[in-house]
Design a binder for this molecule. Structure first.
Ligand code: PMP
Ligand code: GLN
Length: 381
């Protein structure tokens, strides 16, 4: 049996959702919206299933989706991507991550990762033979600094894996932090794999900036997006990867033997959806921002110290401000079982030296769901 997988626990998202089902808890753990997603995009998928092509689409993705993706990211992020050679469709961002890491890492290569880290990253890096160099970010601002990067980068660094906007903290890294990271990549000849699945979900008028757009990064960055996040339909598992042709060639070789392709009907619907008016995307942001504020205000009213969330579906709470604070994991277990609200302990996003006083809540929910969770949380004190 493979030692890496044998030693792995079941992902915290599955554990907490299972616990929520068992205890009939309000599930603010795993990140998925209450909203069913845009009706027209779902209708397109249904039409494509009923009337469209249901056989293998091309390995790189439907041409119309690759074109729509290139146009979408030109419009939203100013990127100039060739749909024929620089865009690939994958089965979720998760497969894109696997293809990027398996395609780029040689055994013994060092990979710089930031903690808290999305739980899929480390096992993929390790399975590819990479050696993780962990950079520990700390609450409340989770800032990337030059000192931290200096301690992690070396001549053996093959790549850095960045998640921005960041799950679980809701941080959107500043231009200065991104410039610093780009400088390190250039100085050490490292690639950047950028998990930007939360790119559309930024608040307070923030403008998301892809690392690929920074000087010198165009040829050394792999950008990863997720239709599941762009349209708030997390079960769709349609991912998109963007990279310069020499990188894409290798990534496509990994992709061809991971999944080879992705359901064509969903691809057709995503191609349509990416062309929706700006209004759709700005309304999605505004709705989520209102939900963020509702949960933030409610939690603050109950005496919780809420850390700022500038993007994603998530906000975090610092438990150390709370009376008789247990660690985050014990807190979440008790919360789900006794008070019937599921949340995610942020220590699950650390491989070592975990921060143990922070809990993540998903606010991508109806007002009624948020209010029900708050009512249950009010009995905590
Ligand atoms: N990366 C991050 C940071 C995520 O939060 C998620 C899922 N929420 C994924 C990757 C996986 O995306 P997908 O469902 O498209 O595989
Ligand atoms: N990315 C989602 C979250 O952070 C969950 C993904 C999963 O369940 N694997 O909640």
């Amino acid at each position: 049996l493979n030692a890496i997988y044998s030693a792995l626990p079941t992902t915290i998202f599955e554990v907490m959702s299972q616990l929520a089902r068992t205890h009939d808890a309000v599930n603010l753990g795993q990140g998925f919206p209450d909203d069913p997603g845009p009706l027209d995009v779902r209708q397109k998928a249904a039409d494509a299933v009923l009337n469209g092509w249901n056989q293998y689409p091309s390995m790189m993705g439907l041409p119309e989706l690759r074109q729509a993706a290139a146009a979408h990211f030109r419009h939203w992020q100013g990127l100039d991507l060739d749909p024929d050679t620089e865009v690939m469709v994958t089965s979720g961002a998760t497969e894109a991550l696997a293809a990027a890491l398996f395609g780029l890492i040689e055994p013994g290569d060092e990979v710089v990762l930031f903690q808290p880290l999305y739980d899929a990253y480390l096992p993929l890096v390790q399975r590819a033979g990479g050696i993780a160099r962990l950079v520990r970010l700390e609450p409340p601002h989770w800032t990337i600094t030059g000192d931290k990067l200096k301690a992690a980068f070396s001549d053996r660094t093959k790549l850095v894996l960045l998640n921005n906007p960041q799950n679980p903290t809701g941080v959107v890294h500043s231009r200065a932090e991104l410039q610093l990271l780009a400088d390190f990549c250039l100085r050490f000849g490292a690639y950047a794999v950028c998990d930007e699945v939360w790119e559309h979900i930024v608040f307070d008028g923030l403008r998301f900036e892809p690392l690929m757009a920074f000087d010198g990064m165009r040829e050394r960055t792999v950008k990863i997006s997720s239709a599941g996040k762009i349209f708030g339909m997390t079960g769709w598992k349609v991912g998109m990867v963007f990279a310069a042709p020499p990188l894409m060639k290798v990534l496509s070789k990994a992709h061809q033997f991971l999944t080879f392709t992705t359901p064509p009907n969903l691809q057709a619907a995503v191609a349509y959806g990416l062309g929706k008016d700006d209004g759709y995307f700005t309304a999605m942001r505004a709705g989520l921002q209102r939900s963020r504020d509702r949960l933030t205000d409610g939690l603050a009213g109950l005496g919780f110290r809420v850390l700022p969330s500038a993007g994603t579906y998530f906000l975090t709470v610092d438990l150390s401000a709370h009376s008789n604070a247990p660690d985050d994991e014990a807190f979440c277990l008790d919360l789900a079982k006794t008070h019937k609200v599921a949340a995610i302990p942020v220590s699950a996003f650390y491989a070592q030296d975990a921060v143990r006083n922070v809990v993540r809540f998903c606010f991508a929910k109806n007002d009624a769901t948020i209010d029900k969770a708050l009512e249950r949380l009010s009995h905590l004190r």
